[in-house]
Design a protein around this ligand. Structure first.
Ligand code: FEO
Ligand code: CA
Ligand code: CA
Ligand code: CA
Length: 601
């Protein structure tokens, strides 16, 4: 029952109650520490953080801002108590970073600090031998920062196309920077994947474009308006669409990084399509080909998968690693179409149909394979660069913000977080359907997808809603049929991850139930399927990201703490993690059980 430490294996902890405390709250008997904060030095020569003396040079060697996705990879051998941590730095909150920030007139130094605070960090972390505590190993030789002026390579079928060439890069293959890396994934061949999400916000003057074809393309990706929010176009013309029309086409990709090789150039994989990539999570076919599931996080946008035509090679030989770094360049890109089996009974309120479930069948519609387009009227290059328009043409299903996705390592079923969609059912927008069953959807839902014959390369699937989020007392919520008096309230599911026992862990962004965001665990199979319990809450204004659930620790990224309307360095809404008088700092947190036993066992 609620309040007691029973539950499915891995979820035996007393749930944390909803709250608005400016701290990280964990279950009774658990402890936590801050692993690394924004601005802590990770590269040799980088200085310690000084809020009053920030420089771009310092930031380029320090942990970036707004940590989102976290991946932890093993470092074997002598380093058995160390792991390799890779973090996304989605965006910057200048008003919470700089005293007296003038959003109309940022200085060059502030802009260059923001460039250096975006991107990715690779940092080795050290395990404590008595607890789940983790600490950063600063200045380790594998530590690395990649940011807005680092070199990335475009690969795959749209690399080198006229659509991605610019005056600075006539080859169409060499991009400076990665932007707005949201969630991501970890591959079985030891690389990490990073979704470039809301890249549109960095580009100015999209609204002034008069060519109708170009204007349609820019608008579909939200590259509109005049000056950008951060005014980067004043300091580098590539952020001005009027001067460099193809530069936005070089963002919105999935980035693949080999974090074990500090000299490697990360790749932007064009075969996986261009949209507001939230995440990219692989599953292998029976014969070893990777299938990557991907959401486009925008209201009424689509859910995709990529099926590679190549098999992964096992082992750590150089030949195997080099081969595996080509897996995501050849294959077929698909978009999902979902059809409900009780269409007449979906009334937009969330009332369950008579068959007891929101469920139905699905179809994977092929968009392009290599140089071959499957979309009438579009070339393959156009399909990859303007993938949203391809989805529109083939009638893909408009979803309620497809965010993170995770295939269950136990069952192969794929879980997709659909965060919310308050425009659903409004005049001029699509109405509720069985997969997106609530109009004005504030709380979101989680879709469970089962590929035909359990084959991830299949062209069809069955689906049902696993959770319809909200206050369990609200009749329009559903917890896989589990009794609703025994679950925690949840709103706006965003990132998802599995623990070693096959439970799904869900972090939230934008809780609409009056509490701070947090992290939840839920059983996906067995008698307790649907029993959802809250594991932690985060400070004011923060979103909970990155979750990694290991045997003895839970890692979360506390993103944008203190991000509340009207807040600033001078008027903070949060002073986490260092307390009153200290600047708020996005940070990564590790949680463990004080008695040394496994999480939730
Ligand atoms: Fe960056 Fe869709 O959250
Ligand atoms: Ca149904
Ligand atoms: Ca997110
Ligand atoms: Ca995930």
């Amino acid at each position: 029952a609620r309040g007691k430490a029973d539950g499915a294996r891995g979820l035996r902890f007393a749930p944390v109650a909803p709250n608005k405390d400016d701290k990280v709250t964990v279950p009774e008997g658990y402890a936590h520490n801050v692993v690394i904060r924004w601005g802590e030095p990770i590269l040799r020569g980088a200085p310690g953080f000084n809020a009053d003396k920030q420089t771009a040079k310092a930031q380029a060697g320090q942990f970036g801002y707004n940590n989102d996705f976290i991946s932890l990879l093993p470092l074997g051998g002598a380093y058995e108590r160390q792991q390799l941590m890779v973090a996304n730095h989605e965006y910057t909150d200048e008003v919470l970073m700089f005293k007296g920030y003038d959003s109309e007139n940022p200085t060059r130094e502030q802009v260059e600090i923001a460039w250096a605070a975006h991107g990715l960090s690779v940092v080795v972390v050290q395990e404590d031998h008595r607890s789940g505590k983790l600490t950063a190993v600063t200045r380790h030789q594998l530590n690395r920062r990649l940011h807005t002026t680092s070199e990335f390579r475009l690969t795959g079928p749209a690399a080198g196309s006229d659509l991605v060439k610019t005056s600075a890069d006539p080859s169409g293959t060499k991009v400076l920077g990665t932007l707005n890396n949201c969630a991501g994934g970890t591959t079985p061949w030891g690389t990490t994947l990073h979704g470039e999400e809301n890249f549109n916000q960095y580009f100015a003057n999209g609204g002034g474009v008069t060519d109708p074809v170009q204007a349609t393309r820019l608008k579909r990706y939200g590259v509109t308006g005049a000056a950008s929010e951060r005014k980067w176009e004043r300091f580098d013309k590539r952020f001005d669409v009027a001067q460099e029309p193809n530069e936005p086409h070089r963002f919105g990709w999935v980035v693949e990084l080999d974090p074990y090789d500090p000299d490697s150039t990360p790749r932007k994989r064009t075969a996986l399509g261009r949209f507001k990539h939230e995440a990219a999570q692989p599953r292998l076919t029976e014969d070893g080909r990777p299938v990557i599931y991907m959401g486009d996080d925008e209201r009424f946008d689509y859910f995709y998968k990529f099926v590679s035509s190549k098999r992964m090679k096992k082992g750590k030989s150089r030949a195997a690693r080099e081969h595996n770094l080509t897996l995501l360049d050849e294959g077929t890109l698909y978009v999902a179409k979902l059809t409900g089996d009780s269409p007449a009974e979906v009334d937009g309120t969330g009332k369950l149909p008579n068959d007891g479930e929101f469920d139905g069948s699905g179809q994977w519609i092929p968009l392009a394979t290599g140089d071959v387009s499957h979309v009438p009227g579009m070339t393959a290059e156009e399909v990859y660069v303007f993938t949203r328009l391809a989805g529109d043409k083939v009638g893909a299903t408009k979803m309620d913000r497809p965010e993170d996705v995770e295939p269950s390592p136990r069952t192969g079923r794929v879980y997709v977080a659909l965060t919310n969609n308050t425009n659903r059912g409004k005049a001029g927008y699509a109405a509720a359907d069985e997969a997106n069953p609530r109009n004005a959807n504030k709380h979101g839902q989680i879709l469970e997808l089962a590929e035909h014959w359990d084959d991830p390369a299949s062209d069809g699937f069955a689906w049902r809603l696993f959770l319809v989020a909200g206050d369990p007392n609200d009749p329009a919520t559903y917890f896989a049929g589990f009794p609703k008096d025994k679950v925690s309230p949840i709103s706006c599911p965003d990132n998802v991850a599995f623990d070693p026992y096959g439970n799904l862990w869900i972090s939230t962004d934008g809780n609409q139930l009056g509490s701070h965001d947090g992290l939840f665990g839920v059983a996906t199979h067995g008698e307790r399927r649907g029993e959802l319990k809250q594991f932690l809450t985060v400070p004011a204004g923060a979103e909970t990201c990155g979750p990694v659930i290991q045997d003895k620790r839970v890692i979360v990224a506390v993103q944008h703490p203190g991000e509340v309307d009207g807040a600033s360095v001078e008027k903070p809404a949060s002073t986490w993690p260092d307390g009153p008088g200290k600047i708020v700092r996005p940070s990564v947190v590790s949680v463990w059980r004080q008695d040394g036993r496994g999480i939730g066992v």
